[in-house]
Ligand binder design. Structure first.
Ligand SMILES: *Cc1c(COP(=O)(O)O)cnc(C)c1O
Length: 388
């Protein structure tokens, strides 16, 4: 049996259509989009066509899309570049307690270098309260950055409400939508954001390519200085095949969006309700409805996430965990502690993220295997025996 891939939050497979679209741009059409000759023109046409495709997926104008190397670069570009460009207003930044490292770490960097940061907490479902964001805004606030969907617990933030507030106050607002775009409908007009980060490999495109949506008229200081690519805002020869792949992935996402959401939501609901039926002492983390369709994040009491993952892996099920050992960080997941889970509960965290390529049979297989593994681990756990 092939492995059951339930880690779509880490990355997704490149779709064959995407790969086919990219292929000619490695060797046949290898031109540099900046070249004036025909080879350059072909490459230029390709990246401009892709720009329209990416814009179309998120309701943006073509000229509002800037290519980057990743979701991480887009977030860094937005956070450092916009804070710098708006520094005359002040150096105050508002963010949330559940951001991905791609946002949290550049914000930390700026804090070390003289910015003041207000971090908005989340409730037990992982949601930010827009009123709290409104109260945190100050005359010297340069930027608000709050993610659209969380990569661990899947919770979707009230970005449109926050966008309405920031717009009223004339403060620029970036949202990290790296794990949302291509998996749920995203419209920059409805969200009222000024900047939005997205990543190709989170929605069946290639790795190493992303984009930053930047609303027309929004200022940004370049992160990478050099040539005149991307209107002088992001230098370096364009990753033409990657960009073509990003465009192709955007087209597929747009065409398949309704089916993707319906299908993946159905798989996820079957998986989570099956788990809750079969295994006791489990917390289902995140918001019951306002979450990414494929996200199942649970805390399994009295077991260690690492052992759970290893035994699942042994049975061909590939998932992830926010527990200490597996996150390769030194502490438990900041997101799980931010929603109020105890250190011990965090240790038993298990995240399975499904995609449209998963099957009902695979969900059934997980539901067969997981309860056995949990019983086995609990049988060995002194904590489980001591609980009564
Ligand atoms: C994956 C992800 C990123 C980083 O994107 P890369 O393209 O892998 O650099 C940032 N934020 C969130 C929420 C993500 O899920």
């Amino acid at each position: 049996m092939n492995p059951v891939y339930a880690d779509h939050i880490a990355t997704t497979p490149c779709r064959p259509e995407v790969f086919e679209a990219m292929k000619p741009y490695f060797m046949e059409h290898f031109g540099n989009p900046l070249s004036l000759h025909d080879f350059g023109q072909t490459a230029r046409d390709a990246i401009e066509a892709a720009r329209e495709q990416v814009a179309g997926l998120i309701g943006a104008k073509t000229e509002e899309i800037l290519y980057t190397s990743s979701g991480t670069e887009s977030c860094n570009f937005a956070i450092k570049g916009m804070t710098h460009a708006y520094q005359k207003k002040g150096r105050h930044i508002v963010t949330s307690s559940v951001e991905h490292h791609a946002v949290a770490n550049p914000v930390k960097f700026l804090e070390k270098n003289g910015c003041e940061v207000t971090t908005i907490p989340v409730d037990s479902a992982g949601r930010v309260d827009p009123d709290q964001v409104a109260r945190a805004l100050r005359d010297d606030t340069a930027l608000v950055s709050i993610m659209l969907a969380n990569n661990e617990i899947g919770t979707i933030q009230p970005v449109a409400e926050i966008g309405r507030i920031t717009r009223e106050r004339g403060i620029v607002f970036h949202t990290d939508a790296s794990c949302a775009v291509g998996n749920v409908p995203v419209d920059v007009e409805a969200l009222q954001v000024d900047a939005l980060s997205l990543s190709g490999h989170k929605f069946f495109g290639p790795k190493g390519v992303g984009a930053l949506y930047l609303r027309k008229g929004t200022r940004i200081t370049p992160l990478i200085h050099g040539g005149i690519q991307e209107g002088g805002r992001r230098a370096g020869a364009d990753n033409v095949p990657g960009i073509v792949g990003l465009g192709a992935a955007a087209v597929l996402a747009r065409e398949e969006m309704n089916d993707r959401v319906a299908r993946v939501t159905d798989l996820r609901n079957r998986l989570i309700s099956g788990i809750l039926e079969r295994v006791d002492e489990i917390t289902y983390n995140g918001h019951p409805e306002l979450r990414l369709p494929g996200n199942v994040n649970i805390a399994v009491n009295y077991v260690e996430g690492e052992s759970l993952l290893l035994l699942l892996m042994h049975k061909g099920i590939l998932a992830s965990s926010g527990s200490t050992c597996t996150s390769r960080a030194l502490k438990a997941s900041g997101v799980l502690t931010a929603i109020g889970l105890s250190e011990q509960a965090c240790q038993g965290s298990l995240q399975m993220t499904l995609g449209p390529g998963n099957t009902d049979a695979e969900v059934d297989y997980i539901l067969d295997v997981l309860p056995e593994i949990v019983s086995k681990l609990r049988a060995m756990s002194p904590l489980y025996h001591r609980k009564d």
